[in-house]
Structures are given as structure tokens and as C-alpha cells.
Ligand binder design. Structure first.
Ligand code: HEM
Length: 510
């Protein structure tokens, strides 16, 4: 009423001017207050209030995001709850991110997020690539993962693979199928716990059920997104109601207890024989830096958390998928066996020095990592500043996922991408060490996997010996087309139904 009176008393030119000024003012405000509207954000599906696009993400997020990226493009924008997210699904976009914007995005979620553990070097949420992380990487590399250190643990890999071959040989007499998924997980655990934690083979085997339980649960808990990840302020209530919070707490408590026992044993046996391992190294460093005991132990436990979970689950997943693809593709299995058995004659076992002679086996390993990268997506990053990828604007605080699984299936790079065809790597320089963005099973940039040499050595040596020492049959009544390839999402993507195969001992001294 009051405004109507003002309008009636105004002459027309003045009114027009007032309306013009009002519109100009409003437009300026919109432009200034919301610069994002002018920005060119990556395309994506419309988001629903509150949940965003969560309803479009199934139990296998890498597959759901792949389907969306085929519709909207290799740089996809989605909203996961209240978290704006960009998903990278092409080598070009991955190159731009990991090569040119690595430093701006090399944060990662805290491992023990939503848990009370204090040694994860971060509060709940994303941890920056700070001095602590650099220190952790340095220790991991110095103590365990440099090429030199990995070579020095070669005898452990060879002994453990030999022990697996012996177990399988005994089993082969019965002609019954063996749960290979379980055996390969035990191999990875024994290997990492011996080299990384300085434990004895005997001690590990005696407790293998407990350790497998710890690693399985740790992988499941870390691989599983929680409501708190996507609804930062209220999600914890949902996690509390669903019981996820309690399950997490228990899992981290059990791991914590295990690390405490391991460090205590090290201190009690400090004059033990044998090479210095990563815990010895950190205890020495702690003494030199005169750290408080609590700080020192937390530091060590932070490193162990990384090694135990990042090293075992991934290697076991790769070995199992390798054997799964080989049994589904008898032509490839035969060709790989012929290469190994022709090139290495009259040896009981394949040794690491033999691996260089096995070109086809290396292609089989690459093809396995292309189709089944254990971490289907790299660990999520978070943009710390504003930048562009492929001409699109990325806002600060955007969560960034690199869908390595989808990149391995990009039809513009890989012909017949769903086919397991190792020959595609003949005269093809694409390698998997983080320099070629078409194949990124170990990630890339500053946060790429520091355990690559250790992981690759175990997978190559394990597969080479399984193929050298045995022929493999499917359980009675099954054909290769019956082999299930359903996935289950955990820290790594595993085969959902354990791989059961019948080993038939091959006489390799003939
Ligand atoms: C086949 C075996 C393996 C695969 C496929 C693999 C893959 C990966 C991937 C994809 C990442 C994340 C990279 C990124 O987000 O850019 C990663 C991180 C990591 N991996 Fe591995 N990994 C393997 C074996 C190992 C082993 C054997 C160890 C150590 C014993 C290890 C230790 C780590 C650590 C400590 C990180 C975290 C690095 C950081 O945050 O800076 N990995 N790995």
C-alpha cells in the first residue's frame, strides 16, 4: 500500500529510471554474489534436494559413476549428499589433474575418520599433504618400499610363494577344489607382515584367521562410505543409528590393539637376529628425535595402518583377479604357461630374477590391472583452490574422484575394452607406473602408491609360480562361462564369490 502510493506520485520518466536502476542493481548483485552461475562447471545429472545424486550410486560406485559419465562426459559433476563431486573418467582429464593440478588437490580423507584414533595425522575429514604425510611416505619408502629395500625382502617373497606351492601340491593329491581367494589373501598378509612388521612366518600362520579377519574388516570399513562423509553435520547420527559407528570403533580398536602388541614385541626382542625392519627403523628415529613414548607409538601405528591395509588387500585382489581371468581365458593361460615352462626349465620354482624373461606374463599382469584395478577409484582428493580441467571450472572444496576402472575401459583408448587380451600391450608403451594416464592402478602424482615395487613383485612372482607349478581345472561340472565375476566393493574391489579351482601338480623337472 505504502509503495503503491509512492509509485502513483512519481512522474513516468522517473519511474522508468527507478525500475531500470532496480533491475541493474539486482543483476549486479546476482553476478557478484554468485560467481559460480557464470562459471562453466562440468556437466552432470540434476541433483535432488538433500540427497543430491546419492540415489544414482549403487553398491559398486565405480560402475554407477561410469554409467553416468558415459551419458554426461568424462568430467562428470555429481552431488553426493551435500558434497559437490567431480568424477574424472578419461586419460586426458586424469593427466590434467595429476600432472598439472596435483599440488592443488593432493589431500585425502583421514583413514580413521569418524574414529577416535589420534594417530591418523588428521582430524575428521580431509588431511592435507602436509609434513606428517611427507614424513610417513619417507619412512615407508626408506624402511620398506624403495627398490633396494624391496629387493632385500626378495627372500621372503620367494619363501612364502614356495610355501603356498607346497600347500597347494599337498592339496592337489585330493583332486578337490581349493579356495584360492583365501590362500592368496593369506599369501599377501604373510608377505607384508613379515617384511613390514618383522613377524615370523610361523607366528603369522598360527594367527592367520585373526589377521585375515582384521584385514577383511579394515578393508570393508574403510571402503564403505558413511553418512558422515556426505552429510558432514548430521550424518554421524545416521551412522550411529545404523550401527556403522560402533562397528568402525571396534574395528579400529582391534587394529590398535594389534599394533600395540606388535610394537611391544619389537621392544622386548630388540636384540633379535635378522634384518632391521620398518618398526626398528622408526623406534631408532624416535630415540634420535627424543620423542615422547606416546607420540612415538602413535607415529609408528599411523605408518602400520597404511602398510597393513594398503598393501595386503590390493595385492590379494590383483592375484585373485589374475587367476580368475586366466581360468576364463584358457588360450591366455596356455600361452602364459608355455612361455614360462619353455623359458625356465628344470627349476623347482620361478625366482624373481627369472621374471624379466617373461614378457607375456607381464602383459597378463598389466591386462589384469587394466580390467580389475584393485582400487577402482583413486583415494578421493579435495580441491584446495580453484582451477580448470578440460576447460571446466573446478570449485575449491570439490571432492574429486578418479575412476581408474572406467579409464581402463575407455573405448577411445582400448579396443574391445571388455575383452581380456594381453596382446594389446605388444609394441604398446603404456605402462602402469603412473606416467601413462591410460592405466593408473597405482595412482599417480605425489600421492601415488609408494608400494608399487613390492606389490608388482608379489603379483608377478605369485602368478608365475601358480602357472609354472600347476595346471588348473574348474570344479567338476563347471565350465569357464560359469565362473562368476561379480564384484564386491571394499577398500579394494574383490571377487564376490571366492575363486575355487583344482590344482593339478605339473612336473616341471621333465
Ligand atoms: C597390487 C598392489 C597394489 C596396488 C594396486 C596399490 C594401489 C594403490 C593406489 C591406487 C593408491 C592410491 C593412489 C592415489 O590415490 O593416487 C595406493 C596408495 C598407497 N599404497 Fe598401494 N597398492 C598396492 C600395493 C601396496 C603395497 C604392497 C604397499 C606397502 C606395503 C602399499 C602402500 C601404499 C600406501 C602407504 C599408500 C598411501 C600413499 C599416500 O597416501 O601418500 N601399496 N596404493
Amino acid at each position: 500500500m505504502f509503495s503503491l502510493q509512492i509509485l502513483q506520485s512519481c512522474p513516468l520518466p522517473l519511474l522508468t529510471l527507478a525500475v531500470f536502476i532496480f533491475i541493474l542493481n539486482a543483476a549486479t548483485k546476482i553476478i557478484h554474489q554468485s560467481p559460480r552461475r557464470r562459471r562453466r562447471l562440468p556437466p552432470g545429472p540434476p541433483a535432488i534436494p538433500i540427497i543430491g545424486n546419492l540415489h544414482q550410486i549403487g553398491e559398486l560406485p565405480h560402475r554407477s559413476l561410469w554409467k553416468l559419465s558415459r551419458k554426461y562426459g568424462p568430467l562428470l559433476r555429481v552431488k553426493l549428499g551435500s558434497v559437490p563431486t567431480v568424477v574424472v573418467s578419461s586419460p586426458e582429464a586424469a593427466r590434467e589433474l595429476l600432472k598439472y593440478h596435483d599440488l592443488q588437490t593432493c589431500t585425502r580423507p583421514a583413514i580413521a575418520r569418524a574414529s577416535r584414533l589420534s594417530y591418523d595425522f588428521a582430524d575428521i575429514g580431509f588431511s592435507p599433504y602436509n609434513d606428517n604425510w611427507r614424513e610417513v611416505r619417507k619412512i615407508c619408502i626408506l624402511g620398506l618400499l624403495s627398490v633396494k629395500r624391496v629387493q632385500s625382502f626378495r627372500y621372503i617373497r620367494e619363501e612364502e610363494v614356495e610355501s603356498l606351492v607346497e600347500t597347494l601340491s599337498r592339496h592337489s593329491v585330493s583332486g578337490k577344489p581349493v579356495n584360492l581367494s583365501e590362500k592368496l589373501m593369506s599369501l599377501a598378509i604373510t608377505m607384508i607382515f613379515r617384511a613390514g612388521l618383522g613377524m615370523s612366518s610361523h607366528g603369522i600362520k598360527k594367527n592367520i584367521e585373526r589377521f585375515r579377519g582384521l584385514v577383511d574388516e579394515g578393508g570393508t570399513i574403510l571402503g564403505r562410505s558413511s553418512a558422515a562423509d556426505f552429510f558432514p553435520y548430521v550424518g554421524w547420527i545416521v551412522d550411529w543409528v545404523t550401527g556403522l559407528h560402533r562397528r568402525r570403533e571396534k574395528c579400529f580398536h582391534d587394529l590398535d590393539e594389534f599394533y600395540d602388541d606388535t610394537i611391544r614385541n619389537h621392544i622386548q626382542n630388540k636384540n633379535k637376529e635378522g634384518p632391521e625392519d620398518i618398526i626398528d627403523l622408526m623406534l631408532n628415529m624416535g630415540r634420535e628425535q627424543q620423542l615422547e613414548v606416546g607420540d612415538e607409538w602413535n607415529h609408528i601405528k599411523g605408518v602400520l595402518m597404511n602398510l597393513v591395509l594398503a598393501g595386503t588387500d590390493t595385492s590379494a585382489s590383483a592375484l585373485t583377479w589374475g587367476m580368475t581371468e586366466l581360468i576364463r581365458n584358457p588360450r591366455v593361460m596356455k600361452k602364459a604357461q608355455t612361455e614360462i615352462r619353455n623359458r625356465i626349465k628344470n627349476e623347482g620354482m620361478i625366482k624373481e630374477e627369472d621374471l624379466e624373461k617373461l614378457e607375456y606374463l607381464k602383459m597378463v599382469v598389466k591386462e589384469t590391472f587394466r580390467l580389475h584395478p584393485p582400487g577402482a577409484a583413486l583415494i578421493p582428493r579435495k580441491a584446495m583452490s580453484e582451477f580448470k580441467i578440460c576447460g571446466y571450472d573446478i570449485n575449491p572444496k570439490t571432492r574429486i574422484e578418479v575412476n581408474v576402472w572406467a579409464i581402463g575401459r575407455d573405448p577411445s583408448v582400448w579396443k574391445d575394452p571388455e575383452e581380456f587380451f594381453p596382446e594389446r600391450f605388444i609394441q604398446n608403451e603404456i605402462d602402469l607406473k603412473g606416467q601413462h594416464f591410460e592405466l593408473l592402478p597405482f595412482g599417480g602424482g605425489r600421492r601415488g602408491c609408494p608400494g608399487i615395487h613390492m606389490g608388482l613383485s608379489l603379483v608377478e612372482l605369485g602368478l608365475a609360480n601358480l602357472l609354472y607349478c600347476f595346471d588348473w581345472k574348474l570344479p567338476e561340472g563347471m565350465t569357464k562361462d560359469d565362473v562368476d565375476i561379480e564384484e564386491v566393493f571394499s577398500l579394494s574391489v574383490h571377487k564376490k564369490v571366492p575363486l575355487q579351482l583344482v590344482p593339478v601338480k605339473y612336473n616341471n623337472s621333465s
